[in-house]
Design a protein around this ligand. Structure first.
Ligand SMILES: Cc1cc2nc3c(=O)[nH]c(=O)nc-3n(C[C@H](O)[C@H](O)[C@H](O)COP(=O)(O)OP(=O)(O)OC[C@H]3O[C@@H](n4cnc5c(N)ncnc54)[C@H](O)[C@@H]3O)c2cc1C
Length: 370
């Protein structure tokens, strides 16, 4: 493929534009907003990067590969995008998600350590692991500065020759047509439109867009990251980070929120505060009375089985669809771009679970919250 139009400059689209442009392809990257806009799923300040995905080894591989590619982006852009503070997984049983992850990581040579809950207490300024079977620490996992990373991807794509176009596009006869009437054609047009993908290709893509909240607590200097790892309680659908860049200690309830249209304004946060506070008071007692510094709303774009979409459209010529990050897509962006770029060139087929078609609701790749 010598000329590719990519619609959507979130983690998936901007990564693909960067990947293709640095290999000398002619790329047009289109977005209705500036890259990193908070209305896009990739527009949050931070996103976890971790390789534990239970038994789903494809995602462990792409996450690990993405770690290398994020480092390459840092080297190119001069930006500090990835904080390798570790991610601690709170396991409630000996044979759950964490034990499955541990086996998958070991098979791929990805470091992890199993800690007694009492040993894990050294990771946090205050910790109660009395209800846990063990803690799985991924020492090379951590947090990505997501919004800055997306901006770096788009600007590095431009530095390699891509054209960045601001505008809203729709599909028409294998091309992307902007509201201004400009028609963008390529050997391939890749639609990486986040929560908007379902509306653009309603006959092929079943996506739910939901309202999610992030809360930031003022824990004081002891909770600074790096220093404090990120954490996930898969079975209780909670996750968070230490205080990165002075934003506060991030904590979020990861159950599926109410529907929220991609074009609807992001409402004020606060609905999950009681549950998040109750969890933090039990798990991290020193945070029990920490002031709430801020709450943010954002949107998930969820496929029924939480697997991504990356596939050619079966009927529309030159048209490819990529997305359905399902609350865990950010970290994988550059690695999925590498796979999609190879598939565009007729190389390796994309993983079967990314295909279009019927999906049945299954175990969540995010937490057990849906
Ligand atoms: C609260 C929250 C926490 C999360 N936590 C994590 C985490 O810890 N780790 C992780 O890996 N992932 C996480 N995720 C998931 C991850 O952020 C998303 O899966 C990912 O960012 C989706 O990227 P995307 O490129 O598909 O979509 P987006 O980032 O939404 O980008 C799509 C882009 O397409 C543009 N667009 C859409 N339609 C059009 C059109 N017609 N014309 C022009 N432009 C268009 C939009 O403006 C947008 O910029 C989280 C998500 C949320 C909301």
């Amino acid at each position: 493929m010598s000329r590719v139009v990519v619609v959507g400059a979130g983690t998936f689209g901007a990564s693909l534009a960067w990947w293709l442009a640095r290999r000398g392809r002619e790329v047009v990257l289109v977005d209705q907003f500036e890259p990193g806009d908070p209305r896009a799923s990739s527009g949050g300040e931070s996103r976890l990067i971790r390789c534990s995905h239970g038994p789903y080894s494809v995602y462990s591989q792409t996450s690990r590969r993405a770690r290398t590619l994020w480092r390459e982006l840092e080297a190119e852009s001069g930006e500090d995008l990835m904080v390798e503070c570790g991610v601690a997984w709170f396991a409630h049983s000996e044979d759950g998600w964490e034990a499955e992850s541990e086996r998958t990581l070991a098979a791929q040579g990805i470091p992890s350590q199993r800690l007694e809950p009492s040993e894990a207490a050294r990771l946090f300024p205050s910790f109660d692991g009395g209800d846990l079977a063990f803690v799985l620490l991924e020492p090379e996992a951590g947090v990505l500065r997501a919004q800055r990373a997306v901006r770096a991807l788009a600007s590095q794509a431009v530095a390699h020759g891509a054209r960045l176009v601001r505008g809203r596009a729709g599909p028409e006869d294998g091309a992307a047509v902007l509201e201004s009437g400009e028609r963008l054609e390529g050997d391939a047009v890749v639609w990486a439109c986040g929560g908007w993908l379902g509306g653009l290709f309603a006959d092929r893509v079943a996506l739910r867009t939901t309202r999610q909240e992030l809360l930031f607590l003022d824990g004081g200097p002891a909770w600074r990251t790096p220093g404090v790892p990120a954490w996930v309680d898969y079975d209780r659908a909670m996750y968070g980070t230490g205080d990165l860049d002075g934003l506060g200690v991030k904590a979020a309830l990861d159950t599926e929120g109410p529907p929220l249209d991609p074009d609807a304004e992001l409402p004020a946060a606060g609905a999950t505060e009681a549950q998040v506070r109750e969890y933090c008071a039990q798990r991290f007692p020193a945070l029990a009375r920490a002031p709430l510094r801020e709450g943010r709303c954002c949107r998930y774009e969820l496929s029924p089985d939480s697997h991504f979409i990356a596939a050619p459209h079966p009927e529309l010529e030159r048209t490819w669809l990529v997305g359905a990050g399902s609350g865990h897509g950010f970290k994988h962006g550059p690695a999925i771009a590498e796979l999609v770029a190879a598939a565009l060139d007729g190389g390796e087929p994309l993983p079967a679970q990314f295909a279009l078609g019927e999906r049945t609701r299954g175990r969540s790749l995010r937490t057990a919250g849906s």
